[in-house]
Design a protein around this ligand. Structure first.
Ligand code: SAH
Length: 411
């Protein structure tokens, strides 16, 4: 007795990148597997035709905006007419076999989800970073492929794998305004990390996640562009000038800011300065402390049936100050959530103004100090007692305070 020898050629693949834009691809099946394949095919701008009596809600949502054609019926021989590529992803092996058979007859490459040995095409584990595409075939083991794919993506993200082409060929520098989130290094976006991984120079705020700086390679120049409240600070003009100067010298500059670059962060001024000097700028939004810091402390800024609005206000100047641009009387009448940034010193004046214009003195207030850091503190009080609480607890910036019924939810 001898085992049938397995043809070693069956496990060999020839990797290609199919350019499917505008080309018909037929997907048979309407479940989770089909959904994942369809999502990838749409990313490649394929002209997707879906054949299945039923589809998942997620697939149906893709049909609505007209990005694919859905034939709500079982597969029938002839469905692959005009197709460049096919996917057999039903939960019925017989249907999948029929699709594969038609594909072979028509010489259309076909990926059969339930039986790779019958597939003329194997789909790799795919990762994308900009226009860089990583596809990994795992020698028949999808977990292995996914593991290697993830490791490569992680390496590209943290810079341990250098993507040299990320540097423009003409040697031109650039600026990326990265929103670093409220302070925890885990709360920066993937794109933000990628930009840091390829930076030559990083200008960082004191509210940006400092631990991201410690993981930068030694050759990266880090410039302290902190603005301490009522303390030492780098002038905005100097920050703008440094961004432009380094970029014009051909360096990739990251401006790492706390929270989101455009929420009380003077990000637009930096963008304008770069634009005026002809320096290309990219904006990477971040998790703003206005929403993220209360959220981390267990306070949602909205809640169904409770508040249909939240307003984010800078408290750096108090009500009545000549430089104030805030309509405090209307905020006093506000029913929903009010989030105040840069408002530690001005809190008593702001609370008094809100009460004067109609907000109940016993409205709950939460103060979150040092959000997203190991020293994070949550203080609960009311509008009437806010000033006293801040004094008693010796609260120093950075702190966000939140006014409204949502504060009571987590109590
Ligand atoms: N662009 C930032 C805000 C800059 S203004 C953002 O989107 O988050 C600076 C103010 O943000 C601080 O005075 C404080 O009110 C708030 N803030 C930023 N980080 C914070 C943190 N980690 N904890 C509490 N408040 C924070």
């Amino acid at each position: 007795m001898s085992a049938t020898p397995v043809d070693p050629r069956l496990g060999v693949v020839y990797p290609v990148g199919l350019r499917l834009a505008g080309r018909r691809v037929v997907v048979v099946g309407g479940g989770q597997v089909a959904h994942r394949r369809v999502a990838g095919l749409l990313e490649a701008h394929a002209d997707v035709v879906l054949v299945s009596p039923e589809v998942t809600p997620a697939l149906e949502a893709l049909v609505q905006p007209g990005s694919l054609t859905w034939h709500a019926r079982p597969y029938a021989d002839g469905d692959l007419d005009g197709a460049w590529y096919a996917v057999a992803a039903t939960d019925d092996p017989e249907v999948n076999a029929a699709v594969t058979a038609e594909a072979d007859r028509m010489r259309v490459f076909c990926a059969r989800a339930d039986d790779r040995s019958q597939s003329s095409a194997w789909t790799p584990a795919v990762g994308r970073q900009g226009d860089l595409v990583v596809g990994v075939h795992g020698g028949g083991d999808p977990q292995r492929a996914v593991g290697v794919r993830d490791a490569v993506l992680a390496g590209l993200t943290d810079g341990t794998i250098a993507d040299t082409v990320a540097r423009p060929a003409d040697g031109r520098g650039s600026v990326v305004l990265v929103g670093g989130g409220p302070g925890d290094p885990g709360l920066v976006t993937v794109r933000g990390r990628q930009a840091l991984a390829t930076a030559d120079v990083v200008l960082a705020d004191h509210l940006a996640p400092q631990s991201l700086l410690s993981s930068l390679p030694a050759h990266v120049e880090v410039i302290d562009a902190s603005k301490l409240p009522r303390g030492r600070s780098m002038a905005q003009e100097q920050i703008n000038a440094l961004l432009v100067e380094h970029a014009l010298a051909g360096r990739r500059v990251v401006r790492l800011k706390g929270g989101d670059p455009f929420v009380f962060g003077r990000g637009w001024e930096e963008l304008e300065a770069c634009a005026a000097a002809g320096v290309p700028v990219e904006v990477v939004p971040g998790v703003t402390s206005a929403i993220g810091v209360p959220g981390l402390a267990g306070i949602p800024v909205t809640h169904r049936g409770m508040t249909h609005e939240f307003v984010v206000v800078s408290g750096h100047v108090p009500p009545g100050h000549p430089a104030s641009l805030v309509d405090w009387p209307s905020l006093g009448r506000l029913r929903g959530t009010l989030v105040v940034l840069m408002g530690v010193d001005t809190a008593p004046a702001i609370a008094a103004s809100l009460v004067e214009h109609g907000r109940a003195a016993d409205t709950p207030v939460a103060v979150v100090v040092d959000g997203a850091s190991p020293t994070q503190r949550l203080l609960r009080t009311t509008l009437a007692d806010l000033g006293q609480t801040l004094t008693d607890e010796a609260v120093r910036p950075p702190a966000v305070w939140v006014v409204g019924d949502v504060v009571a939810l987590g109590a």
